[in-house]
Design a binder for this molecule. Sequence first.
Ligand code: PRP
Ligand code: MG
Length: 207
Amino acid sequence: MIKIAITKGRIEKQVCRLLEKQGFDMDPIFNKNRELLIETKDGIQMIFAKSNDVLTFLEHGIADVGFVGKDTLMESDYHDYYEMLDLEIGRCFFALCAYPLYKTKSFNRRKRIASKYTKTAKEYFAKRKEDVEVIKLEGSVELGPVVGLSDAIVDIVETGNTLKANGLEVIDKIEEISTRMIVNKVALKYKKKEVLDLIKALQGGKE
Ligand code: PRP
Ligand code: MG
C-alpha cells in the first residue's frame, strides 16, 4: 500500500487522470463525494488535502508521496523530502508585477510589495539586496497596486488575464511553477518499488 497526499482540486484531477491513462483504476476517486481518504484496488491510499498540509502529512510520515505545486514547496520551510518528478502540468510562474510606471519610477522610500507568498517575495528582494516592506495578502493580491496598498506584487501568473484586467504587467519572472511529485525519504527506502512504479506510470510507462 502506497500512501499519497494530493492537493485537492486541479492537481488531484490532473494526476488522477494521468494515472487512469496508465491503467490504474481511479473510479473510486472520480466517483467520490466529500470523502477525504480513498483506497483504490491498485493499493493506493489517497488523501485529499490543502497544498501546505500535503507537506505536513509527508513530514509526519502519514504520506509516502505528495503531489504539490512548486509554489508550495518554495514557500515552505520544510525541505526534508526528495523532489522526484516534474509532472509538467499546472504550469505557471512566480513574477514581480506592477503598473508599467514601476520600471521607471524612482522611489525615495522602501517599496511596498504585497504577496500571498511572503517567503518567495522576501527571498527575491534579499537576493537583490533591496530592502522592501512585504505585506501579506491572502488572495486577490492584484488589489495591492490597484487600491494603493503596495507598489508591486509577487504572485502567480498563469494566463496573465488577471494582470491585464487590472492594468498590471510582469516586471520580472521569478520562477517556473508546475506540479511536482515529492517522496518521503524513509518511504523511498522501504517502498522503493511502489514509488518507482508510480514514477514510471506518471512518466507514461517509459523505462
Ligand atoms: C491566481 C493568482 C493570480 C491568478 C493568475 O489567483 O494568484 O491572481 O490566479 O491567473 P491568470 O494569470 O490566469 O489570471 P486565484 O484566482 O487562484 O485567486 P486568489 O489569488 O484570490 O487566491
Ligand atoms: Mg490571485
